[in-house]
Design a protein around this ligand. Sequence first.
Ligand code: IMP
Length: 192
Amino acid sequence: MELIFATHNQHKLEEVKQMLPQNIQFKSLTEINFHDEIEETGDTFKENARIKAQTIYQKTGVHVFADDSGLVIEGLNGAPGVYSARYAGTGKSEDNIAKVLEEMKGIENRKAYFIAVFCLILNGEEHFFEGRVNGTISTEILGADGFGYDPIFIPEGYTESFAQMTAEQKNSMSHRGRAVEQLNHYLTNINV
Ligand code: IMP
């Protein structure tokens, strides 16, 4: 089966690729030569995942899935949320992290979670899968691996940030890992 992952984010792509079964021919937007910007105009992760998946499905008619993900911080009333990728306005992870650390100064509640929502369009029908991981926001940058907010997110039950873990360790507990698990389970059950 050929499945398009509607993303240009190389980090997400690598993470998901590592976790999906080998019998699925997996293609990114770059590989299918789709370079248009897809505007994420939704107010929720689910809506944005649907927009991305539907945009590609309308263009290609091929099975496709898209993910929308982000960081939700309790002490910041849910920010950066659906604006995670563009929180500081520059699109640079280090600026987003600096903004979060600055805004968190003096806030005691550092609880947060990462969430990933997948929208799979298979034979024209939409299916949704969601994964979450709870944790806390560190007071400083910890580690250099991973991407996005990894250096300031410490998953529950651990003392290291996602950026201090191996890819396998992060995938085993991450929001995206959990959403992929459900996607895998679904694809295995319908015998694709
Ligand atoms: P999206 O491409 O709109 O889903 O953007 C999601 C944004 O959330 C990314 O650009 C990152 O800033 C952040 N994010 C999502 N998943 C992760 C993760 O696993 N680690 C770190 N940051 C993440």
